[in-house]
Design a protein around this ligand. Sequence first.
Ligand code: SF4
Length: 351
Amino acid sequence: MSASTPATLRHDWSLAEVRALFLQPFNDLLFQAQTVHRTHFDANRVQVSTLLSIKTGACPEDCKYCPQSGHYNSGLEKEKLMEVHKVLEEAVRAKAIGSTRFCMGAAWKHPSAKDMPYILQMVKGVKAMGLETCMTIGRLDWDQAKALAQAGLDYYNHNLDTSPQFYGSIITTRTYSERLQTLAYVRDAGMKICSGGILGMGESLDDRANLLIQLANLPEHPESVPINMLVKVAGTPLGNAKDTDPFDFIRMLAVTRILMQQSHVRLSAGREAMNEQMQALAFFAGANSIFYGDKLLTTTNPQINQDIQLFARLGILPEEREEHPDEVHQAAIEQALVEQKSSALFYSAVI
Ligand code: SF4
């Protein structure tokens, strides 16, 4: 079977096959990825999510890339769990700037019994606004997964980060099998899975391939696959890691698209450091989801303006929600994009 056979989703990828995808000439790989992408998606739509940190820092895990780990001194200001009403206020702002999904992240090993009622209130409140809901709050047990699903949580993010073989070089406080168990609970509880990994931590090409094989060979593909470029933060063990070749990052996106053909591939952390040409190439390789940033931003924030300008220059529109698209809201976003396109700001954005 050809790797790009459109309508067939595979769950039996071998290392040799995935390695061969990575190693083919760049243009061949991108053409294949774009062909697959167009079979399943509107190539000119990108899903937009907003991420809010609802509890920051002092995490007991030792992920070597993470400034939120309590094991390293990155100078990050710690914040305790946000109050529910403040989270809901931020969700209102996220919707106003065009996000269709609101992701809430807490730097925990796992949520505690004491915190769960607040977490469930946040999910219910955000859901009631008509936004898709997503959380990333650490390892879940079965009861917590069920409670989150019942509260209306659409997506749960729990990244595998890297291959099983390389994982122990990056994290020692949580096992790979614990991560897979959390993903299984999320799936069994009826939620959608968001799970991906990070490039630039010193992993080999085979590690990248093996990460994708883990995800693609799950009984069902994750609906969302974030591919992150390491953000090097001083004070973390990976603060001085070697740069990743931008073309290797694009290759990773393209292979992800080919393996998980109906999943949203998310261009995630590290996007701020990518120039517009690289982001455009990422969309061409099949990335079709972005965060506006790692904090909720206002409409006057330059980051958001830059994103809107780039979308306009590339003719990309934000994707509608899968269920119950809010047509009025969608029309407002599209109108804003048209206005941006014709404004002086748009033309002065060319660097
Ligand atoms: S579990 Fe999450 S927040 Fe905690 S150190 Fe790892 S990546 Fe950071």
